[in-house]
Design a binder for this molecule. Structure first.
Ligand code: TXA
Ligand code: MG
Length: 518
């Protein structure tokens, strides 16, 4: 580096492409290797706040306060440049970005070199930032002098950039240090417009790099915001063959037929930050024609993760909303119908999945075709399903039944998801709520149960059948323990009359809705 060489260096955020930041010639080669526009400034990496005075003029107290609290770490401060820093490094600006990275190897390299290391992210311009040495090799092999492998980056998104030359200080790029942490030290922080939206033609961002379409996989990306279950439902209802998904771990099984790259659990933003660039990169070199990505909310690291996804999407985003989907299931005679009526009275839209299944058996050519492919011609000449024929195949053969269910779920789930869209409260009525995977779209899954004696009496009265037959039907269904094990909530119906239970169910759902809306 002292001789002007280019070296890939590990940091806790992303890998950087480093060179002596005071050597204009070396810096020029960084721009060449990355194919980076000359007006996009580089940041200087220093081993401690003691070096600030060497390269920056009029360093404010707040810079030392931030360094004290967050360095070494994922924070870049924009300060006034001293003339020792070449304009080539700052892209012609009178300000310079400085950061102290939290990686022992790179800190040792900077100390040993004795010069500040200018380092942009080590990707080819326009590609996702590298979060492992293998990514840098992909982009820079043959173009630079060396790559130091320091393991996978522990943060995974680039540093947060705060401009301290303006009042109030301005967040130019959300990153590995949450905005909330900066606010604790600085009080008011302005957030640059380029963080959340696409700039208009000719509009100039304060961080020159924010204007470029970054991290762009070849396929167009749609970012879906909103509650994770609603965004999963939106994606499920929108996907077409050949498209790909970036989703939280919990939802991956819903997209089994598609190319999926997971981000980590919905609640684990630290993991999502570590994986977001790898997920975007993984789609390069694949044939997917479009990508849908789930997006976390803006709190904490979510602002940075969402910003990287949105930039990859050219800010093409869709909001799936925060509506609530309740799943309801339960055996015959337990009172599921009354419970659904109660939810409907609270404004819920009720989606009867059994009715939907029968509708699709008649009308959905894709589902009918898949059943015919698997089981032969089980549809009568008038188009109706020959239940006996299909039944004789699947009811004696567990594997065949499983195959049939898989086909039905694959077609029914996206349709159910589409129909749920736009409704603030949905009640999904499904016998196989858990087995089908529909429960993954639900904020709560409610099993309606009742003591066996009450169920027997109710079915006998309702369907005019014998006690013996009523008991047989109940015995063929899932036991109450199943609902206690698999549902988030169990609603026990011990009421003497349906109206009484409906009133109970209504206050039960009112409570769930209140809990979920907090
Ligand atoms: O985490 C990071 O910051 C990584 C690692 C390697 O340290 N580096 C990094 O550098 O992300 P780069 O060049 O990919 O992104 C730096 C961003 C660019 O958008 C650039 O426009 C902006 O910082 N920037 C640099 N100097 C600036 C300045 N004086 N004023 C405003 N924005 C500046
Ligand atoms: Mg970059």
């Amino acid at each position: 580096m002292r001789r002007g060489g280019l070296v890939g260096i590990p940091t806790e955020t992303v890998y950087g492409l480093g060179a002596d930041g005071l050597n204009a010639d070396a810096v020029r080669r960084i721009f060449e290797a990355k194919g980076r526009p000359q007006d996009n400034p580089l940041i200087l990496h220093v081993p401690s706040a003691d070096w600030l005075e060497r390269y920056c003029e009029n360093v404010p107290e707040s810079a030392y306060a931030l360094a004290q609290r967050f360095w070494p770490g994922p924070l870049t401060m924009i300060l006034q440049r001293k003339s020792i820093v070449p304009l080539r490094t700052t892209g012609g600006l009178e300000t310079v970005g400085v950061r102290c990275p939290d990686h022992p190897v790179t800190l040792a390299i900077i100390e040993a070199a004795g010069v500040p290391i200018a380092a942009p992210s080590g990707n080819t311009s326009g590609r996702p930032s590298p979060t492992a040495a293998r990514h840098m090799i992909e982009d820079m092999s043959g173009k630079i002098d060396a790559i130091v492998d320091g393991g996978e980056c522990t943060v995974g998104v680039e540093s947060t950039i705060i401009d301290l030359t303006v009042t109030p200080p301005r967040l130019l790029r959300p990153g590995g240090l949450p905005l909330e942490a900066l606010q604790e030290v600085l009080g008011e922080v302005a957030v640059d417009k380029a963080v959340q939206q696409k700039l208009a033609e000719g509009e100039k961002p304060r961080a020159p790099g924010m204007k470029y379409r970054h991290y762009a996989p070849k396929a167009p990306v749609t970012v879906v915001t909103g509650d994770a279950r609603r965004s999963a439902a939106y994606i499920l209802g929108s996907l077409r063959e050949g498209e790909g998904v970036i989703c939280f771990d919990e939802f991956a099984p819903l997209f089994g037929d598609f190319t999926v790259h997971t981000l980590g659990a919905a609640a684990d933003k630290a993991e999502q930050a570590r994986r977001v660039f790898d997920a975007l990169r993984a789609f390069d070199g694949t044939e997917v024609t479009a990508i849908y990505a789930q997006c976390p909310d803006d709190a904490g690291l979510g602002l940075a993760i969402g910003n990287r996804l949105k930039k990859a999407a050219g800010f093409h985003t869709v909001d799936a909303g925060n509506g609530l989907i309740f799943g309801l299931t339960g055996g015959t005679g337990a009172g599921k119908t009354s419970a659904l009526r109660a939810l409907e009275k609270l404004g819920g839209y009720i989606l009867d999945c059994d009715a939907l299944y029968h509708e699709m058996l008649r009308t959905d050519s894709a589902m009918r075709g898949a059943i015919t492919d698997a089981f032969g011609d089980v549809f009568a000449p008038d188009g109706a399903l020959d239940r006996q024929k299909l039944g004789s195949i699947v009811f004696s053969d567990a594997a065949a039944l499983e195959r049939l269910n898989a086909i039905v779920y694959r077609h029914l789930l996206p349709e159910a998801a589409r129909r749920a869209q736009g409704h603030a409260i949905v009640g999904l009525d499904a016998i196989n709520l858990i087995e089908s995977g529909l429960s993954r779209l639900c904020c709560r899954t409610v099993g309606v149960t009742a003591p066996a004696e009450l169920r027997v009496a109710r079915i006998m009265a309702r369907d005019g059948i014998s006690e013996e037959y009523a008991r047989l039907r109940i015995a063929a269904q899932k036991p109450d323990t199943y609902y206690r094990q698999h549902c988030t909530d169990v609603l026990v119906n011990t009421a003497a009359a349906p109206e009484e239970f409906e009133a109970q169910a209504q206050s039960f759902f009112a409570r769930l809705i209140e809990e979920e809306q907090v």
